[in-house]
Design a protein around this ligand. Structure first.
Ligand SMILES: NC(=O)c1ccc[n+]([C@@H]2O[C@H](COP(=O)([O-])OP(=O)(O)OC[C@H]3O[C@@H](n4cnc5c(N)ncnc54)[C@H](OP(=O)(O)O)[C@@H]3O)[C@@H](O)[C@H]2O)c1
Length: 335
């Protein structure tokens, strides 16, 4: 018989640090756990549950979901809902739970993009799947060029007023749409709490396009997703082999073509620099994102408790010398 989950008493003992999300009252754990992969109905439930328990035990408070995470769609929220019921319900006020709508979710014209209809119906479904009365943040998952942005934004405002979400956020919005969103929401006293964007050593678009600075200036926090470039920035592929069961072996979201000879050389050189810092490549990649104060939290994905535990070690050293930063940039040709 399985025993009742009790969270580790030492979860707030100082190992995990918390950063303020923009100009808000919210503090988020430097590392958050994302449920895009490895939490669907096709995955081993025990493993998913243990990762969630471990995350919370180690001081992670933010759990990042979306309506379509699985597979199949919706099943990561169902997994989370099961754990909510069996383990986390006494801790609801200690958890910061995020979900989103905007990618294809259900058939027909209303299961996708950014209409009021889609967002409102989707959040209702998400709350049921997750066994929750409200989420902490609801995001529009992507910018919809065919829906007036006023409609999408007003749906967010109204969802807050209905008590279904405490805060709102935007994900992957281009700068112009983001500027509109920040203004619209602020004027209605529902300021945007977070911008969620892809950011890692290999992909710095959000830096180059000024999206991080724009969020910070608008008073929103910035949270980084795919911090390990889906696993590329870890020890997993350094030998050039693609292990069975790895995300690249599945080939759907991380393709073999990402592992060119040149990339492999770069990854191995980065791994050497990480080694000199006493870190693994994954640890250094996560630490690099937290090197300054522009990123509020890094949303990592993991397929095992062991990976999660290793990733948490990254937080022990997040400072970089100018020389280290320059070496990294030289390796990647981003200098
Ligand atoms: N807003 C958006 O549009 C959006 C888009 C994408 C993601 N996200 C969010 O961001 C979260 C993270 O994204 P992601 O899964 O792409 O992140 P990621 O952290 O870049 O990649 C996660 C994968 O890296 C591998 N990995 C992690 N730690 C490792 C370690 N220590 N050693 C070796 N391999 C390791 C695992 O792959 P294996 O499975 O191969 O073990 C894991 O599944 C998602 O869950 C989601 O919440 C949001």
């Amino acid at each position: 018989m399985s025993t009742m989950y009790e969270a580790d008493e030492k979860r707030y003992d100082g190992t995990m640090k918390y950063r303020r999300a923009g100009r808000s009252g919210i503090l988020l754990s430097e590392l958050s756990l994302g449920l895009w992969h490895n939490f669907g109905a096709e995955n081993d439930f025990e493993n998913s549950k243990q990762m969630l328990h471990t995350a919370f035990d180690k001081g992670i408070t933010q759990f990042d979901l979306a309506n379509n995470y699985g597979p199949p769609n919706g099943s990561a929220e169902e997994t989370f809902g099961k754990v909510m019921k069996s383990s986390f319900s006494p801790y609801r006020s200690e958890l910061f739970i995020a979900t989103k709508a905007g990618h294809e979710m259900w058939p027909g014209p209303y299961g996708d993009w950014g209409s009021r209809k889609s967002l409102m119906n989707s959040l209702d479904q998400s709350l049921k799947r997750m066994n929750l009365d409200y989420v902490d943040i609801f995001y529009t998952h992507r910018y919809d060029p065919n829906t007036p942005l006023e409609e999408t934004m007003q749906a967010l405002v109204d969802l807050v007023k209905q008590g279904k979400t405490l805060y709102v956020g935007i994900s992957k919005y281009p700068p112009k749409a983001a500027a509109f969103a920040y203004n619209y929401l602020r004027e209605r006293d529902v300021p945007c709490l977070l911008y969620q964007g892809r950011y890692n050593l290999l992909n710095r678009e959000v830096e180059k396009e000024g999206i991080i600075d724009q969020a910070n200036e608008a008073g929103a926090g910035f949270v980084a997703f795919s911090p390990l470039a889906q696993g590329l920035l870890s020890d997993r592929y350094l030998s050039g082999n693609v292990e069975k069961g790895s995300r690249m072996s599945l080939g759907q979201f991380l393709r073999r073509t990402a592992l060119t000879d040149e990339r492999l050389k770069q990854l191995n050189r980065l791994s050497e620099i990480a080694g000199e810092r006493g870190q693994s490549l994954a640890e250094m990649a996560l630490a690099w994102l937290l090197r300054g104060d522009k990123v509020t939290s890094v949303i990592v994905g993991t397929s095992s408790v062991a990976q999660l535990q290793k990733n948490l070690n990254a937080l022990k050293n997040i400072s970089f010398s100018t020389e280290e930063l320059e070496r990294i940039d030289r390796v990647l040709g981003t200098d």
